[in-house]
Design a protein around this ligand. Structure first.
Ligand code: ZN
Length: 271
C-alpha cells in the first residue's frame, strides 16, 4: 500500500489541474483524483480561481501521535487529508523542488542539501504562463527563496515567520494575486536545536497552525467571491538523531518520509 501512495511531487500537477492550467513541462506525477473530485463537488464544476498554499517546514506525521489537536485544527479549515510520502532524501530543497515541479529528485537535479536556481519548468512558471499572478512569500534565503528565483513571480523575502504571515495577509486582502504561497520555518529551526517533541518545538508547530487558521480566515473573507482552495503542505517530517540527541531529517524512514497534506475548498459567491 505504501508504495502506491502519492509523493509530495503530486502537489504541482494536482494544483495545476485545479487551477485549469497544464502541469509543468517534465512533470511525471499525476494529479490526485480525490482532490479533484472533492473540488469539483464543492465548485460544481469550474476551476479554483484563488489559491493559498501554506508550507510549514518539517511538520510531518510524526507529530500526529503527540499533538493530534494540531492536525485536527488544520482539518477544521482544510478537511481533505491526504497521506503522502516525501521524496528521498527528505531534505528541504530536495522536497520543495519536487513539490513545485512534479518531478523526482533525479529529474529536477537537487539530490542533497543544496540550493541552486532550478532550470527546469516549475509550478510557478506554469501558472504565470497562463496569466495567473503568483506571490511567493518566504523567510529570506530559505530553500524556496533560492531555488525558484528563475520563475517570473513576485517574491517577498521576509525576516521570519510572523512577517511572512503579515505579508501574506496583506496580499490576500489586496487581491492582486491568484496564488499566494506562504512558507514558515520555526518548527524546523527549533527541532534541529532540540528534539521534534520538545516543548519549544511543539510551541512552534502550534504557531504554524495558528498562522494557517488566520490565513484561511482572510481567504474566506477577502476571496469570498472566488472559487478558492487552501493547502497545508509540509515538506517532510523529523526524528531524533541517536548520535546527537537532536532533531534531524534526511533518512528514508517513516518519521522523515510520511506527511499529511490538507486541502480545503470554498465556492465563490458573486454579490
Ligand atoms: Zn524542510
Amino acid at each position: 500500500m505504501n508504495s502506491a501512495r502519492y509523493t509530495i511531487a503530486s502537489v504541482a500537477p494536482t494544483l495545476c489541474a485545479l487551477m485549469g492550467v497544464s502541469s509543468p513541462n517534465g512533470s511525471t506525477t499525476g494529479a490526485v483524483r480525490s482532490v479533484l473530485s472533492e473540488a469539483g463537488r464543492v465548485f460544481g464544476g469550474g476551476s479554483a480561481e484563488k489559491f493559498l498554499l501554506f508550507a510549514p517546514d518539517a511538520m510531518g506525521c510524526h507529530l500526529a501521535g503527540v499533538r493530534p489537536d494540531l492536525f485536527a485544527s488544520v482539518a477544521s479549515v482544510a478537511p481533505l487529508r491526504l497521506s503522502l510520502r516525501s521524496v528521498v532524501p527528505p531534505k528541504t530543497p530536495v522536497c520543495f523542488a519536487s513539490m513545485f515541479t512534479g518531478m523526482d529528485p533525479l529529474q529536477h537535479g537537487i539530490r542533497k542539501y543544496e540550493k541552486p536556481v532550478l532550470t527546469c519548468d516549475t509550478l510557478f512558471d506554469a501558472l504565470a504562463r497562463n496569466g495567473k499572478r503568483v506571490a511567493v512569500v518566504t523567510v529570506r534565503d530559505c530553500s524556496i527563496d533560492a531555488i525558484f528565483r528563475g520563475s517570473p513571480v513576485d517574491f517577498f523575502s521576509e525576516e521570519y515567520d510572523p512577517r511572512v504571515t503579515d505579508r501574506a495577509l496583506s496580499l490576500i486582502a489586496d487581491g492582486k494575486h491568484d496564488f499566494v504561497l506562504a512558507y514558515h520555518q520555526e518548527y524546523d529551526d527549533v527541532m534541529h536545536g532540540s528534539t521534534p517533541f520538545s516543548d519549544e518545538a511543539l510551541n512552534a508547530a502550534g504557531n504554524h497552525v495558528e498562522s494557517f487558521l488566520r490565513l484561511c480566515r482572510a481567504v474566506d473573507l477577502h476571496w469570498a467571491a472566488f472559487n478558492r482552495a487552501v493547502l497545508f503542505a509540509p515538506d517532510h517530517g523529523a526524528h531524533t538523531d541517536a548520535a546527537t540527541g537532536r532533531g534531524n531529517h534526511g533518512d528514508d524512514i517513516p518519521e522523515d518520509m510520511d506527511v499529511f497534506h490538507f486541502w480545503g475548498f470554498g465556492k465563490g459567491v458573486r454579490r
